[in-house]
Write a protein that binds this ligand. Structure first.
Ligand code: URA
Length: 267
């Protein structure tokens, strides 16, 4: 089998892992249920021909153009700011647990500081905890979290190797969007987490994560497909997993975005 064919099959298997349809290649070979990893979602009943707009897989794909570069000043280590002085992710989590800087603290069951190794190469940022996250104190553990885990598996990154967190660390009531003052109160925690982890790449999922991290009002659609920078660290923007659950058509563009993040990780 040629290299390009093997690559195409690998790509299609990853699409399957993300919930895409089975595909029949020109010689009748189907990349579908029998090729799937056991953890993949159930296959749809039908098979579909490869759409002509399906991105071709080339190891040498050029990266998208540079986007926004946001470089907020970091705090002064010698100042009395406890967030800036926190020397570990556990230290930040302790400060978050005691935080009462915005009204979200009134409704929370648990704070959800984020989780993952301090030396993670990838930081994934979502919007804010939902019900299950609030109940458990862990990020992305509901249905959206299951999908995120699959997305990470598709680029061969076990979830345990990724630092996963949110823009706000307490659940907004009824899962409403976090408000401006809540985001502003919480961002210093995220900034310090990124400072401590020093990831190679950041993946911001959804409009709230993208706009808050890059301090912009541009839409998610406008922000995708560029390599932005946060304090010099490449930032890739993609759809939020919860949005993918509502609109499976966004799985393919998400996969394209995640592949870019994977390429940056490997570069
Ligand atoms: N949605 C998010 O943005 N974050 C979570 O942790 C869970 C769902």
């Amino acid at each position: 089998m040629s290299d390009s064919r093997a690559l195409a099959i690998e790509y299609l298997k990853q699409q399957r892992l993300l919930g895409g349809d089975s595909v029949i290649l020109s010689d009748g070979l189907t990349v579908g249920p029998s090729d799937r990893d056991n953890t993949a979602p159930p296959a749809p009943e039908h098979t579909a021909a490869v759409p002509s707009d399906r991105p071709t897989v080339r190891a040498s794909d050029a990266l998208p153009p540079a986007g926004i570069s946001f470089d907020p000043p970091s705090g002064d280590l010698f100042a009395n700011d406890p967030i800036q002085r926190a020397a570990s992710l556990e230290g930040i989590a302790t400060l978050i647990a005691a935080c009462r800087k915005c009204k979200l603290c009134d409704g929370r069951t648990n704070t959800v500081p984020g989780e993952g190794p301090a030396n993670a190469r990838l930081v994934v940022i979502g919007e804010g905890p939902g019900r299950t996250e609030d109940e458990t104190g862990r990020p992305f553990v509901g249905r959206a979290g299951e999908l995120l885990t699959k997305i990470l598996e598709a680029i061969k990154l076990p979830r345990e190797q990724v630092f996963i967190c949110n823009i706000v660390k307490c659940r907004p009531p009824e899962n409403r969007l976090p408000q401006y003052d809540e985001i502003a109160a919480c961002l210093p925690f995220l900034y310090r987490q990124i400072e401590l982890v020093k990831p190679k790449v950041i993946l911001a999922m959804g409009g709230t994560a993208a706009q808050s991290l890059l301090s912009t009002k541009q839409s998610l659609g406008a922000l995708r497909n560029q390599v932005h920078r946060f304090r010099g660290i490449p930032v890739i923007i993609t759809y939020h997993p919860a949005a993918l659950l509502r609109n499976p058509n966004w799985k393919r563009p998400t996969w394209d975005d995640v592949r870019i993040a994977a390429r940056l990780l490997d570069s």
